[in-house]
Design a protein. Structure first.
Length: 159
């Protein structure tokens, strides 16, 4: 069921509950409301390379494209990322997330500050990275290729 359909159902329920006596309404709302801590979605963002916005006084810029692409000289690349668990209404849950690489020899994840991590891709190839919290997970597809003396990585949400 889509988010919009769930939202419409909750609105209809709220209207119907408003006709009940106060004590019954509060008990019914507690019984049907999803847990505030339950995770319904995970939003993943990537930090833009500061060289892209240098001199523009923009500060750190985080983006959430369908596919994030990064290129660095050398044999490995490190990407700054963050993820946030969202409830059914799209609000942050504050739940801790677990980052689980399918191939730890290719991809490693180093915890950072808060919900930020550093994803290091150590070689070319393809792997996945699972982000999980409270019974919900998202999987990132990581594809890396060498381009001369540089490595290019594409990170996208696996569907």
């Amino acid at each position: 069921m889509t988010f919009a359909a769930n939202l419409i159902r909750l609105l209809i329920l709220a209207v119907l509950l408003s006709f009940l006596p106060a004590g019954v309404s509060q008990a019914a709302q507690k019984a049907v409301a999803p847990s505030a801590a339950s995770v319904a979605d995970i939003k993943v963002s990537f930090k833009l390379d500061s060289r892209l916005t240098q001199g523009m006084y923009m500060g750190e810029r985080w983006v959430s494209p369908p596919t994030y692409t990064g290129v660095r000289e050398g044999k490995e690349i490190t990407v700054d990322a963050k993820a946030e668990g969202l409830d059914a209404w799209g609000k942050p849950t504050g739940r801790a997330l677990k980052w689980i690489p399918a191939d730890p020899d290719m991809v490693t994840v180093t915890p950072g500050q808060g919900n930020e991590v550093k994803i290091t891709v150590r070689r070319d190839g393809q792997s996945s990275l699972k982000i999980a919290a409270a019974g919900f997970s998202r999987e990132l597809l990581i594809m890396a290729t060498y381009q001369g003396n540089a490595i290019q990585v594409n990170i996208s949400l696996k569907k």
